[in-house]
Design a protein around this ligand. Structure first.
Ligand SMILES: NC(=O)NCCC(=O)O
Length: 406
């Protein structure tokens, strides 16, 4: 049994050798000068320095102690410019487990999640967060593994109770809130979508984005419930910057990230639900790569905990039926265009990550690395235009001596 970050003994299977994040494991076990170098290589430097932490108001930390959620805060700087003032935006990410068992009445389950989130949203609001994002399908258990249709009852119209619940916080705290829900599209045959609702800082609904890529991997067979989204790659121009949402599995698709960048996003949120066995080694890489390649910030959020369902289900891999997905490993974090990133939130606790980011860094990195300028969009467009035709043939130049024996 090893010590956790705060000195408590912890043999929880959802931890990493008793630590609630890789960062804490390394910090506790490496000599300080080794940790400094490892941290430089793993999380990069921002304006030549290790990422700065910031202090949050006592009211926010008091809420985190009272309600037992992780709270961390950082600041990404940009270089000073002559003509532009810094454009610092405070972003908040919330990760959480469900609140009561999946066997409870559906109404109670949703209500319990609302209750659980209230103090975390209050902590974000009292910390002066400008843009807050919740995790994918935050208002329900991630029941899509079961393929049982009864979970469709959790779906809501865009202006349903979850949106109304968050609109009051948006107004109270002058905060933009991104609310990823299971949507029921009343005007189009009541079909279901996996949707992010963007609520403006006046409590208004700015618009929606529907998940572009629907997984069919392992237990994540969400296509039983909804199909690929029809909203394209919208960027929402808010009071605090141009934002977009790339929902979960879309993070594996570089062209999906690119399209949000081409539309001018400065921050792309990636609300997710994914489990350790499936994707944990990918988690620290894909979002950072997207931030670097597209010169924008990426804010990654994953839910927490193990959700057990009433009826066992199979994943079509010949393995025995099971009643849970595995562990949702939290680890929400933010990546910047300069290849730096925050440490992750806890792997097993609810959490709030607050991060100041100077949006000027986006253009500064476009100027420095010139990825937009050096991209060959006309070449890619040509290849893609050919590729989508039925008669497409891969451009392969075969060695005429391929089969010659040496
Ligand atoms: N929610 C979701 O799309 N999960 C798919 C698994 C993954 O992308 O890691």
């Amino acid at each position: 049994m090893e010590k956790s970050q705060n000195g408590e003994h912890n043999d929880d299977a959802s931890s990493i050798c008793g630590y609630d994040s890789l960062h804490h494991l390394l910090k506790d076990n490496l000599k300080p000068h080794h940790f400094q170098e490892v941290n430089r290589l793993l999380t990069g430097l921002n304006c030549g320095k290790a990422l700065e932490t910031i202090a949050l108001p006592d009211s926010a930390t008091a809420l985190s102690v009272e309600h037992g959620f992780d709270i961390q805060a950082f600041h990404f700087h940009a270089d000073k410019e002559v003509l532009r003032e810094p454009r610092v935006v405070r972003v908040g990410l919330i990760q959480n487990s469900i609140a009561i068992p999946t066997t409870s009445h559906f109404v109670d389950q949703k209500k319990a999640i609302f209750e659980k989130l209230k103090p975390i949203i209050d902590a974000a609001g009292s910390s002066g967060v400008n843009i807050l994002c919740l995790q994918e399908a935050w208002m329900m258990p991630f029941a899509f593994c079961t393929r049982e249709k009864r979970w469709c009852e959790f779906a809501e119209p865009v202006d349903g109770e979850s949106t109304k619940f968050l609109q009051s916080f948006a107004l109270k705290y002058n905060m933009v809130i991104i609310s990823p829900i299971l949507e029921r599209d009343i005007n189009h045959g009541e079909v279901i979508w996996n949707t992010a609702v963007v609520i403006g800082n006046h409590g208004n609904i700015i618009g929606i984005h529907r998940k572009n890529h629907i997984p069919r991997v392992g237990d994540f067979n969400e296509s039983t419930y909804y199909v690929e989204g029809n909203t394209g790659h919208p960027v929402f121009e808010t009071a605090f910057g141009k934002i977009a949402i790339n929902i979960c599995y879309g993070r594996h698709h570089p062209l999906n990230w690119l399209a949000f960048g081409l539309n001018g996003a400065e921050i792309v949120f990636n609300p997710s639900a994914t489990v350790g066995e499936l994707s944990e080694p990918m988690w620290p890489i894909e979002a950072r790569n997207a931030a670097i390649a597209n010169s924008y910030y990426v804010a990654s959020i994953n839910r927490v905990g193990t959700e057990t369902f009433p009826n066992p289900f199979t994943s079509g891999d010949g393995k025995p039926a099971h009643a849970d997905f595995g562990h949702f490993y939290g680890s929400s974090y933010i990546s910047a265009p300069d290849a730096s990133c925050t440490p992750s939130l806890s792997r097993n606790r609810d959490g709030l990550l607050v991060t100041d980011m100077d949006l000027n860094l986006c253009r500064q990195y476009k100027d420095k690395w010139g990825f937009r300028m050096t991209a060959r969009y006309e070449l890619y467009a040509e290849t893609l235009a050919q590729y989508v035709k039925p008669e497409f043939e891969p451009q392969v130049i075969r060695d005429p001596l391929l089969h010659k024996r040496s």
